[in-house]
Design a protein around this ligand. Sequence first.
Ligand code: RIB
Length: 328
Amino acid sequence: MAGGQGIVKPNRLMKKLLVVGSYNVDLISMTDRLPAPGETVLGSSFFTCPGGKGANQAVAAAKMGQDTTFLAKVGADSFGAEAVQFLKKQHINADLVRQEQGCKTGTAQIIVNSQGENIIVVSPGANNLFSSDDMMSNEAVISEVDAILVQFEIPKETIETAIQLAKKHNKTVIVNPAPVLDLDQSALRGIDYLTPNEHELKLLSKCASLASIQEIKEAGMKVIREYSVKNLIVTLGSKGVLYQSEEKSVLYPSFKVNAIDTSGAGDCFNGAFSYFLLQGLSMDDVVFYASAAAALSVTRLGTSSSYPDLQEVMTFASEHQIEESRLL
Ligand code: RIB
């Protein structure tokens, strides 16, 4: 099996995606190495970038040409006003992004070392005020889209309501459980796609070790069964992507690139994944092109600022070979 055979034409099917999630302003410091507790290290540069897992995923999808609506809360501050402008510039429908009075826009302090690894601390601000009632009052929006994509940077009840409403209206539900929350096990029942990374899979499965692909596969199967999800996609960084369902497990190798900043790469994967899925491609192709988008993003600095557009992904995918995927 090899990906990259699918024909991708922008907006081929004109499907609609709703991203429900967080917006943060990312405050990014580059440094040789990450500080230990109590230690001060000198950074080499600092910049800010629109971020938050929800906004990042909306941007990644929109850059592919996806018709994308974003539902979120920001503060009634200058960051919040900039957020709305930024999202509109990315051709995202941001009409439902509310500026909450008396509240600060979420921020994320991100430190990136010279290996491209990062640590992130999020101060949620307005994201924490995105309530289940807000979600309920947007039921009509959910009923009009084809798929929803949600992550775990907003309150648990809001996520659960979003998933319930999407299931009620028979929409495709993609859940990126990042960062992992102690969600009610039944909340994910029957969802179409769950997309943890390795760390999140470990927390969800409660498996002590994920040292080998066999252990990762077993943990994945445990999550599929315990949470009753239809498809599991585990992003494994340089080890590739594991696709699992009750019927099969496939390991897709990664593109080999020189990573300078991996922050937001998972979000890039999820946004691009949603686009290629809605284009009706095979899972081989969906994972192949979404992996290409994420691989490109790690070769650039920043979170949403590092995301490629569809043309860049197609060019990159045609110029880079990866090994065959294998059935596990
Ligand atoms: O996944 C990366 C994102 O996590 C950053 O943009 C930051 O805002 C945090 O939400």
